[in-house]
Design a protein around this ligand. Sequence first.
Ligand code: ZN
Ligand code: ZN
Length: 336
Amino acid sequence: MRAAVIIGFDKPVEIQEVPVPEPEPFQVLVRIEASGLCHTDIHAAHGDWPVKPSLPFIPGHEGVGVIEKVGSAVTDRAVGERVALPWLGYACGTCEYCVSGRETLCESQQNTGYALNGGHAEHAVAHAAYVVPVPDGVISAEAAPLTCAGVTTYKAVKVSGLRPSERAAIFGIGGLGHLALQYARIFGGRTIAVDVTEDKLQLARDLGAAHTINAAATDPVAEIQALGGADVAIVLAASPRVLEQAHASLRRGGRLVLVSLPKDNAMSLPIFQTVLGGISVIGSIVGTRADLAEVFQLHAEGRTKVIYETRKLEEINRSFDDVLAGTVPARLVFEL
Ligand code: ZN
Ligand code: ZN
């Protein structure tokens, strides 16, 4: 099968012909149809994070395809079913976090496209219990971005506790942000989109943002405070400075949700404003299988729109460059 293989953290991605993997007893083999490119794939390929993947490996945690073979112990999935292979590729199922609906915090978890080979290939094996069925009304090319960008932002809005009539500021309108904005609207929030490029802000307006702010041209903190301050700020731009701006744009009782993982692992947090303003700072990591099923359901009902462009797997290196340059529409999806 054709696969995008990372052979070194400072080397280009190689398209290689590799053997189709065999599913273990509790795994399924999936013929991948679409695989979304997430910024995390680039961090994985470059070895940017403290715990690096072992080489060589196949990235991708937005793979969607059809089950072609099931392992001997699999009873709850069947050949022919279309499924998504999310970042949470395996969790223990028995720890305190797993049994309390917080499987994304499991300390024994294994991540797709990182510790486990991922979806940027014609086939992938996955733990049967951690693939999520894709409903018929959702095409694979759109299911792919929902598998990480969708569920991650849906969960971020959920944990923010956003209530109808509250103001939600979304910092960074890209692959994640354009979905965060839509979920914030579904939860009833009045949305403020912040970005540094006009076309992303136009996209936000097309998707129904009540306010848009170009942070390259104006001070987003002053603009948001002039509106009365944000009740919720969700940060998808990978920059500590943006996190600090988002914090400063909150009103009293506000909630700052951290999603992006910048290379610089520190932000400065003003203690007085946080304490006196009763500000909550919340970290949110992807979402559970149940969250992803909800995300697919909303999309099947026509309540969300995925903005994406399809590419060939052979274009992966150029696609990495385009994502880093910020020149892509919202999400890139490899068609296999
Ligand atoms: Zn991702
Ligand atoms: Zn666990």
